[in-house]
Every structure is written in C-alpha cells, then in structure tokens.
Design a protein around this ligand. Structure first.
Ligand code: AMP
Length: 217
C-alpha cells in the first residue's frame, strides 16, 4: 500500500503513521524526522535546513525531493510506504508522481487528517519530548508522571524549537498558503479521502482503517 498521510502540522500524521506501520508493515517516511536528524548530526543538509525549519518555512523542494527519492529506493519500501509530511507543495506532488512512475508504482490513497486550527495550536504548543528516548508527551493531554521529566528514563523534557507559539502560527500559515493546494491536486486524481482527525489517537485510527477498508471493499 503506497499511502500519503496529509494534513496540517499537529494533525497527528506521525502518530497515525506509527500505527499504520504496526498494522500494515508499511514504513513511515517522515521528511521532518529526516531533516531533524540531519540538523542534529550537523550535516550540510542539516545546516541549510535548520534556520528555515526554526522559522516555520518550508525547506526548498529540491532538497526534500532528493531525500524522498533516495528513501523510496530502500528495500523496506518495496511492499509499500506511508509518507508523512511530504509532499507539501504541488511541485513536490508532481515530482512524487514522476518518481513512482519510474519505479512502476502509483499511490493508492491520500488520507487528509482534518483538525480545526485552535486544536492544532494547542496540540503543538503543549507538546514536549524526551531528547534521549524520543517519547512524546503533552502538558495537559498526556503529561509525564513527574512534571518536566520522562517517565521512561527521567531525562528533562524539551520543546521542539518550532513548537513555540509564534512559529506554530507561522507553520499553520505556511500550510494554508503552500500545502493546502496539494489536496485539490489529489482530489482531481480521485485519491483523496478526508478523515476527522479530532479525538483520541485510537478513534482517529479507527476512522483511517474504515477509510482504507472502503477502498478494498
Ligand atoms: P514536520 O515535522 O513534518 O512538521 O516538519 C518540520 C519542518 O521540516 C517543517 O516546518 C519544514 O520546515 C521542514 N519540512 C518537512 N517536510 C518538508 C517538506 N516536504 N517540504 C519542505 N519542508 C519540509
């Protein structure tokens, strides 16, 4: 199954991609995670991407297209993949179509997670994570047992620099301006399904399964 999880920052794409990985064994390809790792490693890509990411803007198309092109060729993607955070522009969507065609494959579905703006802002500004083990918390929705410390390893939790409120609002504006038009691109191909992204991760995953099952029914 070749799938895109689409939606604004904070819609829950990463969380749901993890569940799809468990249920369908399709690896998650998150351009955001790959870029954050490059920033952490201080690679030339990371050095270029860092200030752009911290301002809530998009990294140039050519850079992320290269990342995805390389990742799709890895053997673990042979049976399917879940793209999370890519494509974010119509140019990226067109490049993806070309890449898949050259590999003799095509997208099966584009699932768009729909969440109201104020819920997105609350989700992102309250998000904290453990820099050691990667576990993710939320100040009010999923707080750690001891304030500010990871339940699993006790490390002090951190906030992603781009989860500060000002940057979150800029990321949402960037989404409306540059990424939302990608929905129409996939709707025109008959691939788009909108899924209500509010509620618990379990509720959302139930809706995702229903949307995918409808396809095969
Ligand atoms: P994310 O974790 O998906 O919200 O991505 C974090 C940041 O990485 C974004 O705000 C962008 O600066 C950058 N980024 C991730 N994916 C893309 C993409 N497909 N195109 C351009 N920039 C991206």
């Amino acid at each position: 199954m070749d799938l895109i999880l689409f939606g604004p920052p904070g819609a829950g794409k990463g969380t749901q991609a993890q569940r799809l990985l468990e249920a369908y064994r399709a690896p998650q390809i998150s351009t955001g995670d790959i870029l954050r790792q490059a920033v952490k490693d201080g690679t030339p890509l990371g050095q270029r991407a860092r200030p752009i990411m911290e301002s809530g803007q998009l990294v140039p198309d050519a850079l992320v297209i290269d990342i995805v092109q390389e990742r799709l060729r890895q053997p673990d993607c042979a049976g399917g993949f879940v793209l999370d955070g890519f494509p974010r522009t119509v140019a990226q969507a067109q490049a993806l179509d070309r890449m898949l065609a050259s590999l003799g494959r095509h997208l099966d579905r584009v699932l768009s997670l729909e969440v109201p703006l104020e819920v997105l802002v609350k989700r992102l500004t309250g998000r904290r994570s453990c820099p050691t083990c990667g576990r993710v918390y939320h100040l009010t929705e999923a707080p750690p047992r001891a304030p500010g410390a990871c339940d699993a390893c006790g490390t002090a939790l951190v906030q992603r620099p781009d989860d500060a409120e000002e940057v979150v609002r800029e990321r949402q504006a960037t989404y409306r301006r540059q990424t939302e038009p990608v929905k129409a691109y996939y709707a025109a191909q008959g691939l788009l399904r909108e899924v209500d992204g509010t509620g618990t991760p379990d509720q959302v995953f139930g809706r995702i399964r229903a949307a995918l099952d409808k396809k095969t029914a």
